[in-house]
Ligand binder design. Structure first.
Ligand code: TLP
Length: 341
């Protein structure tokens, strides 16, 4: 049976064209700084983001971890949103590896108000941890692909400047936000000390994320990447896929957003599901399961018909559109959901 895999945009497979550029990539030992394809990619991304330097890392989780470590010292406090990826899905790395205290704040679809940040900053006192860093997420995964409004970043930046805090953006899906709003990656990055994004999600590369910031920040992040076992060797083959993804797979994210709308509208017509299609801003669809149905029932019955989604907490299901899912696939998934529920 053909499966329409909407579990995540991480499930995309490299296309034949992407595999071709990978096979032809010039490589060297990247731990020695010798891989020309990696070096070119890092320079390209730093330029795109208006940052001094960038560092290729194996995963989005490592990008966030090295960034959080590079901005802080043991015992510091980090502010982040309660539903953020860094708080929920990174195996408590800030606490375990960084010796940090995470202070989660409750946002609306992942978006925090500047006043919430300001009132969470601890005053200097012998009793208190030092608040050092704010981590934000755009688009927001558990917020249903919510785009963080740019003016909120600007307002939070002002507060951060006043209190000497660093700001890191988990921009795993930053290009979804850019394509949906027309705001450039540089315009988002301007408000942050560091920004990471993933090549391995909607951009369709098999592996890799990148983090950008000042030269000094990247030097620190580089040491932490080595400490965490992320120093890799002839990875020009991966950087070539990432470079190809930037050239070919950014603008087309708009299609994924259109497909998400088709699916969200269809799901909204199902009696036992609740979803507001106008809240679906990019490629992530989260809907609530009501009545006597359990989330697992929904997942299982869809899977029997070849449509894969994942549970997102006890009452919600997540579907994500991406470049390996066509318009026909999405229409089929929508029809299946409408027929069986
Ligand atoms: N997200 C994955 C899962 O881990 C939930 C997914 O399927 O959506 N930041 C954000 C906002 C993410 O969504 C993810 C991955 C990461 C960071 C981590 O990236 P990886 O998986 O490369 O470590």
């Amino acid at each position: 049976m053909k499966y329409i895999d909407l579990r995540s945009d991480t499930v995309t497979r490299p296309s034949p064209e992407m595999r071709k550029v990978m096979s032809e990539a010039e490589v060297g030992d990247d731990v020695w700084g010798d891989d020309p394809t990696v070096n070119r990619l890092q320079e390209r991304v730093a330029g795109m983001l208006g940052m001094e330097a960038a560092l290729f890392v194996p995963s989005g989780s490592m990008a966030n971890s090295v960034s959080i470590l590079a901005h802080t010292s043991r015992g510091d406090e980090v502010l982040m949103e309660k539903e953020s990826h860094t708080f929920n899905y990174e195996v408590a790395a800030p606490a375990v590896i960084g010796g940090l205290q995470v202070h989660p704040l409750i946002g609306k679809s992942g978006v925090l108000e500047p006043e919430q940040i300001e009132s969470a900053i601890r005053p200097m006192d012998v009793h208190n941890p030092s608040t050092k860093l704010v981590v934000l997420e755009n688009t927001h995964n558990r917020g249903g692909g919510k785009i963080y409004p740019l003016d909120k970043f600007a307002a939070i930046r002002e507060i951060a400047n006043k209190h000497n805090l660093a700001m890191h953006l988990d921009g795993a899906r930053i290009f979804n936000a850019c394509v949906a709003t027309g705001i450039s990656p540089k315009e988002y990055a301007r408000h942050f000390d560091s920004l990471m994004f993933c090549f391995s999600k909607g951009l369709g590369a098999p592996v890799g994320s990148i983090v950008a910031g000042s030269k000094e920040f990247i030097e620190k992040a580089h040491r932490y990447r080595k400490m965490l076992g992320g120093g890799m060797r002839q990875i020009g083959i991966l950087a070539a896929a990432a470079d190809y993804a930037l050239d070919h797979n950014v603008e087309r994210l708009q299609e994924d957003h259109e497909h998400a709308q088709i699916l969200a509208n269809a799901l909204a017509s199902v009696k036992d599901f609740s979803i507001d299609p106008s809240a679906v801003e990019t490629n992530i669809i989260i809907f609530e399961v009501n009545g006597s149905l359990s989330v697992q029932d929904v997942i299982d019955r869809l899977a029997e018909k070849g449509v894969l989604m994942i549970p997102f907490g006890s009452k919600y299901v997540r579907a994500v559109t991406h470049l390996d899912v066509s318009r026909e696939d999405v229409e089929f998934a929508a029809k299946v959901a409408q027929e069986i529920f």
